[in-house]
Design a protein around this ligand. Sequence first.
Ligand code: ATP
Length: 135
Amino acid sequence: MKTIKVSVVTPDGPVYESDVEMVITRAQSGELGILPGHIPLVAPLVISSVRLKRDGKTEQIAVNGGFIEVRPDQVTILTPTAELASDIDVERAQRAKERAEQRLQDQHQEHIDFKRAELALKRAVNRLGVSEGKR
Ligand code: ATP
């Protein structure tokens, strides 16, 4: 089967590099499925998973938005943070989720930055989903 090279890179360095048969992720415009030979494309991503298919197996990475650049033989994902499903600290994500939910509930507190709390909640829910293979 044909493969395409995939790199997932954060400001702290590369998180993943491999050859895969298919890449699935979520751009702001909707889900993207990329096979080898895909037409060139650059798109902004949302907080979601990157699913990488090879030999009947799927690996998952939680990404925090950023950009995808597709060339026929190479996919590059640039994102502020990325974690392989197996590297996700579930308790940490659970704590982050509870903190964010608490902040969003405190509607009367003017000093709470809701947008920031919403994004923290999305990151935590995404990490929990990816760690369970559900994203
Ligand atoms: P927290 O409040 O727990 O720090 P956060 O969403 O604010 O969560 P980020 O700012 O997105 O955290 O990430 C900071 C760093 O910590 C990044 O390197 C990211 O990959 C890592 N990280 C964050 N949460 C987790 C997690 N649950 N498991 C593993 N690594 C994580």
